[in-house]
Design a protein around this ligand. Structure first.
Ligand code: SAM
Length: 281
């Protein structure tokens, strides 16, 4: 995968040289380029923003430096590509790269979107600042890119860089070879619509607290069932909204009993709070 990030603070992206993502870059599993938006300005002050039409507080990012930056990235991609001659491959027209525009007004980023984006060949991230980027840039970009405004969550950051750090890490760790043991990706929060079970390590007794006995039993069937039911309990406690979306069709009788103890019943393949179980937390 190739990732391009455009920002007025390229040094903000330095953490992507560290840890698993940094190693993936060194190992050639991920090509990641960070571009300074100001290098695509033409005035001596390297201006990237101006006052908003219609008045109001704050500044708006000018569209032209963004268009120049994205044209430069698209040109570099075509020059690198084997398909440069036609822009097409044997499978048909070349696919448009995805342009992710971090925005609190975008679709919510989640694990499902991380998996979806991990399938792409190229992702471009446009880190906005101030009040965001002139809307005409998004319209212009739609001809060359699949444009996706994406939000990290329902709160407002100062710029897109923190959102990009989070998204690149979440997407990058799904690329083949990035996480040493791919099994780690299977049993984790949000991989199956539930939160992960609690985890423990040595010593088995620490400050008068013991590891749950089942984990020391060596009985793999019982351990698997305990973990699954802990997933149910934790999700019901912390994120009941996830249970409303959970596909309950494949639950075993023991699973249904466990959910019953948590105040849930299965109705038409979905989990519902039982009327007698009180409001969800
Ligand atoms: N005026 C914008 C609004 O209310 O939607 C907020 C602009 S914010 C101060 C500046 C930049 O931070 C945005 O253009 C975006 O790139 C980034 N940003 C802020 N909150 C974000 C979030 N929740 N998710 C992703 N990016 C965010």
């Amino acid at each position: 995968m190739r990732i391009d990030v455009v920002s007025i603070f390229p040094e903000y992206l330095a953490p992507l040289e560290l840890s698993l993502i940094g190693k993936a870059r060194q190992d050639g599993l991920l090509e990641l380029n960070v571009h300074d938006l100001r290098t695509f300005t033409t005035d001596k002050h390297r201006t990237v923003d101006d006052t908003p039409y219609g008045g109001g507080a704050g500044m708006v990012m000018k569209p032209e430096p963004w268009a120049q930056a994205l044209e430069s990235i698209a040109d570099a991609r075509i020059a690198d590509s084997q398909e440069a001659a036609t822009g097409d491959s044997a499978d048909g027209p070349a696919k448009k790269p995805v342009l992710i525009v971090p925005s609190p007004a975008g679709e919510r980023f989640n694990q499902a979107l991380a998996y979806e984006l991990a399938e792409e060949e190229q992702l471009v991230f446009a880190c906005g600042r101030y009040e965001g980027i002139d809307e005409r840039f998004m319209e212009w970009a739609a001809a060359r890119f699949t444009v996706r405004p994406v939000s990290l969550g329902d709160y407002v950051l100062n710029g897109g860089e923190v959102a990009v750090l989070a998204m690149v890490e979440a997407i990058g760790r799904l690329l083949p070879g990035v996480v040493g043991n791919p099994e780690s990706l299977v049993e984790e929060s949000h991989s199956d619509g539930l939160l992960e079970y609690p985890v423990y390590t040595k010593p088995s007794s620490w400050r008068d607290r013991d590891v749950p006995a089942v984990l020391l039993s060596g009985n793999h069937g019982k351990i698997a069932q305990w973990r699954r039911h802990e997933q149910f309990r934790r999700t019901a406690e912390r994120r009941p909204d996830l249970l409303a979306e959970f596909d309950a069709g494949g639950l075993t009788r023991a699973d249904r009993t466990a959910f019953g103890e948590l105040g849930y019943e299965v109705v038409e393949g979905r989990l519902r709070r039982r009327a007698d179980s009180g409001p969800a937390d």
